[in-house]
Design a protein around this ligand. Sequence first.
Ligand code: SAM
Ligand code: SF4
Length: 324
Amino acid sequence: MLDSLNRNIDYLRISVTDRCNLRCTYCMPPEGIEWIPHRAILTVEEMIRLSRLFADMGFRRIRLTGGEPLVRKGVEQIVRGIKDLPGIEKVTLTTNGVLLAAQLPALLDAGLDGVNISLDTLDRAQFAAIARRDELDRVIAGIHAALAVPGWNVKINCVPSGENDAQLIPIAALARDHDIAVRFIEMMPIGLGGTKQRRTQAEVLAMLEDAFGGAIACAQPDGGGPGEYVTFAGFQGRVGFISAMTHKFCNRCNRVRLSATGFLKTCLQYETGADLKALLNAGANDDTLRAAIAQAIAMKPASHHFSEHGETMDETRNMHQIGG
Ligand code: SAM
Ligand code: SF4
């Protein structure tokens, strides 16, 4: 559906849980967090029902995220239920990869169309330092399992933080050796991310050009999205940049987010949106829910203003709570 700025909003990201099996330093405090109680989280049935309403309103693609979506029991039921909805073309998932190899057969059987796997380093000790868990081996196994699925859509997402400079080349090289997209995501001042260093798109591109030669611009992949893509001589795949800070893409924004607690968040930075869980708890019918969704989308903010007005404007909650 169109928002008040004529942007076609057809992409929903659902956070299926706030919980996670890693503790990435830019996303979760070392001691973990107080998890949201189960009763406050959308049930599988509620997620599928709300997805049906979004599909009725023109949404075509849904991505499951978190927290870590693969720690949610019944995640494959959510995939299957959404994939079966009329109008839904693609159901994908963003994961840290730890449980991917084990769950891939069930996810494929449920109809999952692709995965984005987060990977900040290929160095085991550094992985354990960034994610505060020694899980690199299982992540690598998850990446290999995903790459072995014929014709599947696999993307690698990496957040350059200064800490992992030496790893950006080997990670980008995954797009040389495989026909996949490796995307570098600028650290955003969201929760703990605001306390971290960030490498900008320009800095990362300069490092890649030093290693691989001049970048060759690429067309946007199908479905639009915020990335800018390049490739290099000898690469099978592409390298993307998602640069919310230095290359703001709000004028092309096509998405809204549904939190694990059922809050429809229409911009990463702002609390504008609709509490759909409260409406569900009050017994709202489909028409009431659709009207609340439509009203929230109509009021979607024009853009984020991270860091333009000092730190108070930045999002204080962490990414695992918002649904990254
Ligand atoms: N647990 C899953 C994972 O790590 O892929 C899904 C949720 S995680 C919040 C989604 C993505 O958000 C990850 O790629 C993570 O690196 C990224 N992320 C977390 N905090 C961020 C921040 N402050 N700025 C930019 N990206 C961030
Ligand atoms: Fe967990 Fe993903 Fe956040 Fe890391 S970035 S702590 S894997 S939710």
